[in-house]
Design a protein around this ligand. Structure first.
Ligand code: ZN
Length: 211
């Protein structure tokens, strides 16, 4: 009996038998990879819990002012609620969709044959090493800001990496957001692995400009 050896499903956490091809709970497909392959399978669980805490605090605050404002300003105090609450509800609809995205699995796989990328809400991506001759990585960032009278407020900065796979009569590209589509730590691993694989496979690799 070899039933004592179990493997944990990266998608739902259920322990499955070593020989199972699919997770018995969520149907996640277990694939065999070689030891040299880059296999990143992750959720953004930390971000998910952080976001849920922020959302809960926000909703508690909204409920509090909904109760507090009319008690302070009487019937006129209720009127702004007809504007505020629809906005809050729209925000919550967006937030639940965003949170659902965070809880979904994302994959970045590099094997000797192919590169495969799966990110929630984005089309599945796959290229074979035989299809292209060069990889170019472009880094792009987007600094958010707002102008208030007398001052500029700097918001969060979003960083994107675009992978371009080029061959004769072939071009495919994929852009992912660092910290959202993949963790920052994983992004570093991905770029290092792409560089190493490219060298071994005699492909050109042009990394993002380093400072
Ligand atoms: Zn599962």
């Amino acid at each position: 009996m070899s039933a004592t050896l179990r493997k944990k499903c990266p998608q739902c956490g259920k322990k499955n038998l070593q020989e199972d091809k699919f997770c018995t709970q969520c149907r996640f497909e277990f694939k065999e990879y070689s030891p040299g392959d880059l296999v990143i399978i992750e959720h953004l669980k930390g971000d998910l819990y952080g976001s849920i805490v922020c959302l809960t605090v926000f909703i508690a605050f909204m409920i509090l002012i909904t109760v507090a404002i009319p008690s302070q300003y009487g019937i006129q105090g209720i009127i702004p609620m007809f504007i505020i609450w629809p906005i809050v509800i729209l925000f919550m609809v967006w937030a639940t969709r965003y949170l659902r995205g965070l809880s979904k699995i994302r994959k970045f796989i590099i094997t000797e044959e192919y590169i495969e990328i799966t990110v929630p809400h984005k089309p599945y991506f796959r290229v074979n090493w035989s299809e292209f001759d060069a990889i170019e990585v472009l880094k792009r960032d987007h600094q958010t800001w707002a102008v208030l009278p007398g001052k500029v407020i700097i918001g969060p900065r979003f960083i994107y990496f675009k992978l371009i796979f080029k061959g004769i009569n072939f071009i495919q590209s994929y852009e992912f957001e660092s910290g959202k589509d993949f963790k920052r730590k994983s992004r570093k691993e991905i770029l290092i692995a792409l560089d190493e694989f490219a060298q071994r496979k005699n492909k050109d690799y042009h990394g993002p400009t380093k400072k």
